[in-house]
Design a protein around this ligand. Structure first.
Ligand SMILES: [Mn+2]
Length: 236
């Protein structure tokens, strides 16, 4: 029997004001480098269609993007909240809940970890600089494929098992972050200022979220390629 590469559905990005469906190449090339076959989903909020699509794949990648609509977690929109894309909020909620019900591995990056957290009932800081006393600048200056701040990895978590160390450098391109943790999520990494940078679901094979962008390293940093390798391995 021929070895079939795991198929991994990727959430599409559409920038406001643009009529192009896009994805950052690293989301695709890192899955491919890890032995998976990525496939870009069409933008759809239809729950039944998403179930049909996700029933054909072995995993789901929730990509980065704009901010989430604060009313999803019961808050008024603050002036410092960024651009929102409500269609994507709805698509991702349906996709994440469907993937959970199908027991698919899910890897959530940047906006993805925020979407996972809100889908599971958590809340967000709409704007880290104005809403928190946290001291680190989380919106780094380009180039973005380099280490910007460190994270502390929580021993006993799968991220610690993967990396085998308690401190690892990451990049950082986010002005929002997790405030109250969603149900079923456990923290596996934090920035030195306390911002949650990594979470997972203890009762699932592989449902991970990271606040940084491992795809922006394009394989140049083994720690960040290892995240895609662990995800694709879980999808086999
Ligand atoms: Mn950060």
């Amino acid at each position: 029997m021929k070895d079939q590469k795991p198929l991994i559905a990727v959430i599409p990005q559409i920038y406001p004001g643009s009529d192009n469906i896009v994805t950052r190449p690293g989301y695709m090339t890192e899955i491919q480098a890890a032995g998976g076959l990525p496939v870009l989903l069409p933008p759809t909020e239809d729950e039944a269609d998403l179930r049909v699509l996700l029933s054909q794949v072995d995993g789901l990648l929730v990509t980065g993007g704009q901010d989430l609509e604060p009313s999803l977690y019961g808050e008024e929109t603050l002036p410092a909240c960024g651009m929102i894309q409500p269609w994507r909020d709805r698509m991702e909620q349906h996709a994440i809940l469907t993937a959970l019900s199908l027991d698919l591995p899910i890897f959530c990056i940047c906006r993805g970890i925020q979407s996972l957290n809100v889908t599971l009932g958590g809340t967000l800081y709409q704007d880290i600089p104005s809403q928190t006393p946290f001291s680190i600048i989380h919106s780094m200056t380009p180039p973005t494929g380099r280490i910007w701040h460190e994270v502390s990895v929580v021993p006993g978590t799968p991220l610690f098992d993967l990396w085998g160390k308690t401190t690892v450098g990451v990049n950082s391109c986010h002005h929002q972050g997790i405030k109250r943790l969603g149900s079923g999520l456990t923290v596996m990494a934090t920035a030195p200022d306390g911002i949650i940078e990594g979470v997972y679901m203890t009762d699932k094979r592989f449902v991970w979220g990271v606040q940084w962008h491992p795809e922006l390293f394009y394989g140049s940093d083994p720690n960040h390629r290892a995240l895609f390798e662990a995800f694709v391995a879980a999808c086999r």
